[in-house]
Design a protein around this ligand. Sequence first.
Ligand code: PMV
Length: 325
Amino acid sequence: MAVSSAPGKVYLFGEHAVVYGEPAVPCAIELRARVDVEQRADSKLRVHAEDLSLDGFTVEYAGEPEGRPDVDVSESLLNAAMGYVDSAIEQVRSVTGEDDVGFDVTIESDIPLGAGLGSSAAVAVAAIDAGTRELGTTLEIDDLAERAYRTEHEVQGGQASRADTFCSATGGAVRVEGDDCRSLEAPELPIVIGFDGGAGDTGELVAGVRGLREEYDFAADTVEAIGDIVRRGEDALAAGDIEELGRLMDFNHGLLSALGVSSRTLDSMVWAARDAGAMGAKLTGAGGGGCIVSLDDTNETETALSYTPGCEDAFRAELAETGVA
Ligand code: PMV
């Protein structure tokens, strides 16, 4: 049996705009997905998934719809999670050319599904790494990240950037612009996350931004302005200027909100963090629901978020220096 884990991430800057060639800076955090892969004697794929949300629930899924239990997560999310595993295993098979090899796959994840923390990328990266190692091959990190990207691209109907998967594979803070992916030096960041218990549909949200961008020049300009924020954000990150990072995150949230991907609870959490003295706050990931990321080196933001209506969980997250392992 081979076991791998990979971290989730927050976007400091640039989600959505990255889909149109602007740069983005995601940063890996110490919430991980662990995947065990064991080769079977037959060609079946059997997936056991546990704790696929912060609330914790258990899914026993044997690849057949009737095998799915009644769990506290929407059917579409569960299908999406299993789609990533199926597609990741296809990548494993294509690496080794063993098209009919079967596996037992067990997933345990600390990362809430579809909440902007990169759960699907972490599962795809860890599954491809564990699956190929189970068959005796160790992929270079760039090859692994590229294959995990193809998994996301396929499951998300052709709409994905390399940001989540590259960040999860390498760990740390990264910069992604088109197919140019690199690691960045980052200072210790006082990251506080608020989670509304919900999730957004990445494909739908990306399609919404695409539609606005096609209809209105000012929406296209907004996407470009997010790119400008990211470039300034890189300078602030290199200089270790956390106050400037916070200001730029606030600006980035405003523009994401203008593009229609925020929500009432995401906005409430962002404002609660700002009111509590956070240096900056924004939604992270596709939006629509899920998580915000804020920077605060006191305990005020965590406390304020935990009393904010609509916020289900507030916690501090360390930067994950280690990617897939
Ligand atoms: O919410 P997540 O973690 O799936 O992030 C989506 C980020 C987008 O920029 C909206 C899409 C992408 O593939 O980059």
